[in-house]
Design a protein around this ligand. Structure first.
Ligand code: ZN
Ligand code: ZN
Length: 322
């Protein structure tokens, strides 16, 4: 089968072996895959991962392992990416995303979905309704990661909220917050990207427009810049006793001044992957339009063009059709 494999370099292997289906797994035939910044970071050495890339997908169940109901065959599905042991303390508390024995689709010890077929444990797959199209379904994983913030913090109706960063991540958070009628300011560097939030009715602000008077005025600041400078700017916006939510995995490693965090007693919350079901409920009701975030759709044989497009300035989500 065709698979996009990273091992020192990224290449399309036309004869990659078909995955073996374990007894608790389903075999999925890929329909569409989204390119994520994590995929790009892996090609730069992130996690030391080698194997098939990809973790954002929609596909159709083709076959099932011996311990899985055959009813799933033929169903259109999305799937959570952390494959847990189901036996440890975290798994028993329904925190499979934190299972220390987990593998992660296309990121850690499990071949990803950037291939014609791949497998996932049956617990991970969720059938989706017909009124969620393939493009929208491919956004389930990044949107769930955005929704995760709301599982971690409680935003009150009168809370002052800012999202910092107008890339894919910041915009996914904006889509979710807007769908839930949260009042927020979206701050970023690019007028054309902030326009997506503006069209949703959100307040927007260019980074250049940030002034002294905006400092320490927000109860919650979501850092989603993916850049090293984002931490300092976002922490300066948080009120004393407020909360800073970190969504980027890249934060400054050197010269990080944490004194103001101590002085202002700021809560810091790290935030990663989220549950799929709440976001699928919003998508089913048509509450989120992901289309403004799509920068291109490519065929699998055009993967090089797709990755080039992904690396270009101004690009949001690039999708690959199988
Ligand atoms: Zn991702
Ligand atoms: Zn576990």
């Amino acid at each position: 089968m065709k698979a996009l494999v990273y091992e020192n370099e990224l290449k399309l292997d036309a004869n990659y072996p078909m995955p073996q289906i374990k007894s608790n797994e389903v075999l999925i035939k890929t329909s569409m895959v989204g390119i994520c910044n994590t995929d790009y970071e892996i090609t730069k050495g992130y996690m030391g991962y080698k194997g098939v890339l990809g973790h954002e997908f929609v596909g159709i169940v083709e076959a099932v392992g011996e311990n899985v109901s055959t009813e799933l065959i033929g169903k259109r599905v999305v799937g959570e990416i952390n494959c847990a042991c189901q036996e440890c303390e975290y798994c028993h508390k329904d925190l499979q995303r934190h299972c220390p024995n987990r593998s992660t689709l296309g990121i850690w010890q499990k071949d990803g979905c950037f291939s014609e077929y791949f497998t996932l444990p049956k617990e991970n797959v969720i059938e989706i309704s017909e009124n969620i199209d393939d493009i929208t379904a491919t956004f389930t994983e990044p949107l769930a990661a955005a929704y995760e913030i709301l599982e971690q913090i409680h935003i009150r109706p009168d809370s002052k909220v800012a999202i910092l960063g107008d890339g894919k991540l910041g915009l996914c958070i904006s889509l979710v917050f807007s769908a839930l009628n949260i009042d927020y300011v979206h701050i970023g560097k690019h007028e054309e990207k902030l326009a997506i939030s503006k069209n949703l009715g959100a307040k927007t602000m260019l980074l250049d427009e940030l002034k002294e008077c905006h400092k320490k005025t927000f109860d919650y600041v979501i850092e989603a810049t993916g850049s090293t400078g984002g931490f300092e700017i976002s922490s300066s916006l948080v009120k004393p006793r407020g909360t800073l939510v970190l969504k980027s995995t890249i934060v400054a490693r050197e010269g990080l001044n944490l004194a103001s965090i101590v002085v202002d007693e700021i809560n810091i919350v790290g935030s990663r992957c989220g549950q799929f079901k709440p976001i699928l409920r919003l998508l089913e009701k048509g509450k989120i339009n992901v289309k403004p975030l799509v920068s291109g759709i490519y065929g699998v044989d055009e993967f090089q063009e797709a990755f080039e497009k992904n690396a270009q300035k101004g690009t949001l989500k690039v999708l690959v059709k199988f």
